[in-house]
Design a protein around this ligand. Sequence first.
Ligand SMILES: [Zn+2]
Length: 412
Amino acid sequence: MGAGTNTGSRLLFLNRCEGGCTISPGFEDSRSNHSSIVGSPRELSEWPHTDNQWDSMKRCDEELYAPFEIRVTDTDPGDEPHYEAIVAGSGSELGFPMAGGVAPFACGPIENAISFTFALLYDDMRALCNVVGQESAHAFGLDHEMQCNDPLTYLGGCPNRKFQDVDAPCGEFAARDCDCGVETQNSYQYLLEFLGEGLVPQVTIQTPEDRALLPVGFPVHAEGIDDIAVTRSELWIDDRRIETLEQEPFAFTAPRTLAPGAHTVEVRIFDDRNQYGSTAIEIEQAACESRSDCDFAHICVDGLCVLGPGNAAGIGATCSNSDSCQTKLCAVDAPGHDGVCAATCENSPDSCPSAFHCVTAQGGRRRCIPENGGSGGFCQAGGHGGRGAFWLFLVALFIGRRRCGKGDGDGE
Ligand SMILES: [Zn+2]
């Protein structure tokens, strides 16, 4: 059932050779840096690109091997048996000045083999990821094939490669017989048969139930089952990551500043291979009723917990843009001017706290702003709710009016 014939290690170590690697001649042994590929000891210089580039290459190779039961890691497994892909240095350092990479090959998996990808030659991390895929797969027993979107190809023009479930002719630039006595090669099926299927965790959300109506600050509990190991978990609400837990139990609390109404709650649980399974439910959150429903320093305005007056990003605080306000609403008298953090009072104009009142903005939107706005202040409300940068003006402003920001702003 999805298990491969592999009885050995299921670990692929990506080695960036920090401080340089010394490779000694001899039978393949990744644990002691021996390789049959070199005839004499060789020094490889370390990974020449940035840490971010390393991470992006590593993520790409994790994705490449995600369908299979093997863990791609960049933590040195030491004496533990492992396949290894050195991604560092140049071909000339190893004695292969013309090569982008090199690997041992034996028509079958070579335990503890080291493959080499010469990172100095590549600036494009996607291209480098593909070469690492090819060299590491040679050590599993895979040949070159005439399939442009498979990492085992020499053909150009397909940057986004993955192991293809296709019976492809072998060859570099022209079809030839495969090296290992088969007519065609299917890299995906080959790896599936050897490594087994890489299963992602099955995620169950125990609480809340799908379609539930929930109070402010509702708990979310989830469990994951994996064939090997469950690692971390992430809570996502409406496609935004809210929290990460590094170990079980996966018990989250929704933020109390979540708006009332419908939300999609998703829990992702990762396995040892850094691949995740996920389950999502739809819930409805009730409005808050009083500040006791909210976090410390927050108050309940119009059903939503907002950071209260007297706090740096709380309502009534001075703001220059929406990001300076916890509510993401900055009421201004003109674009570019300093404004004041506001809250919505769409549903109940009476919900503004004391010393604030509800005024109507352009488009009929209603906002709580301080009553003592001063002569020119707070006649207009601006906000750019995180997407784009448009301004919302209060219709309460009429040039030449003596007062502004009064009531719903439709008086004379
Ligand atoms: Zn090759």
